[in-house]
Design a protein around this ligand. Structure first.
Ligand SMILES: NC(=O)c1ccc[n+]([C@@H]2O[C@H](COP(=O)([O-])OP(=O)(O)OC[C@H]3O[C@@H](n4cnc5c(N)ncnc54)[C@H](OP(=O)(O)O)[C@@H]3O)[C@@H](O)[C@H]2O)c1
Length: 256
């Protein structure tokens, strides 16, 4: 399988690094294009077997899968200049650019994917949302397996993309807000800021692992650390009195 990544910014660059160090595509089969050379040089330094170019057409020429990682407002211009072959599969990262819009530029018959990673893709810990259009089950399996190597990937209908992005892409900011707030509590209680931040971040990762690795539920896991009359329940009830759950739900819904 040959892949071209068009746009080597935050997302494109992280995806290239992840794919190049994964098992699904040989680095020699990855082309990357970007208008400015320094980003290409940086990728080439980390993965010398990649091919890089400032010419999008050259990058896309031999690719089976083309990952479009440019800003949404550049999608039309970049696709218009590519002249893709009909069998080439397009994966668009552009947030908010629907299949209808992509088909206007790439043709209604084309196999299209919308792929929305979150910023943890750089750590290979992304929650990546994928929707497909005109794809075979094999193509869906291939794209899912590519992004499963960069964290966890899930196939969803396009109609659920906005809600899922709020959970997974905006949601990462809300988790970071919790990490920041809890770190400040630690500092107030006399723990050095960097230590406090690590303690909180590892606890968040641990909580996430408990959910992802087991057939469980947050309420079940909370119950395990909540001794009757103990300290944890006091804090949990304070969170409830302050409207924690309601604030999270309202924050998510405010993004709609
Ligand atoms: N950031 C996120 O959390 C996130 C999450 C999900 C999806 N997305 C989507 O991912 C896409 C990329 O976002 P990003 O955050 O990676 O943006 P970014 O860091 O600005 O990267 C965009 C890259 O596209 C390059 N570029 C500009 N014009 C180009 C052209 N004509 N041909 C090829 N490459 C071109 C830019 O190059 P120069 O800078 O050298 O000009 C830049 O390296 C966006 O559509 C965004 O909606 C982002």
């Amino acid at each position: 399988m040959k892949i071209a990544v068009i746009g080597a910014g935050n997302m494109g660059g992280a995806i290239v690094r992840g794919l190049a160090s994964g098992t699904k595509v040989a680095p020699e089969n990855i082309w990357v294009s970007n208008p400015s050379q320094p980003k290409l040089d940086a990728l080439k330094t980390c993965c010398p077997a990649l091919s890089v170019t400032t010419d999008n057409r050259q990058a896309a020429e031999a690719a089976d899968y083309i990952v479009l990682a440019v800003k949404p407002w550049l999608v039309g211009e970049v696709l218009g200049a590519l002249s893709l072959r009909k069998e080439q599969v397009l994966l668009s990262l552009a947030a908010g650019v629907t299949f209808d819009r992509l088909a206007e530029y790439a043709g209604t018959e084309r196999t299209l994917f919308r792929v929305i990673p979150n910023t943890a893709v750089s750590e290979r810990a992304s929650m990546t949302l994928i929707a497909s259009h005109n794809a075979t089950p094999e193509q869906e399996k291939t794209v899912l397996s590519l992004f499963d190597e960069l964290g966890l990937a899930m196939l969803i209908p396009e109609s659920k993309m906005t809600a899922a992005m709020i959970l997974a892409s905006c949601g990462i900011a809300y988790v970071l807000k919790y990490i920041h707030a809890a770190t400040e509590a630690g500092v107030e209680m006399g723990i050095a800021p960097k230590d406090a931040m690590k303690m909180v971040a590892q606890s968040v990762e641990g909580a996430a692992r408990l959910i992802l690795d087991n057939d469980t539920h947050p309420a079940v896991e909370i119950d395990k650390v909540t001794t009757p009359g103990g300290v944890t329940i006091k804090g949990l009830n304070e969170l409830d009195h302050a409207g924690f759950a309601s604030a999270v739900i309202r924050a998510m819904k405010a993004c709609l």
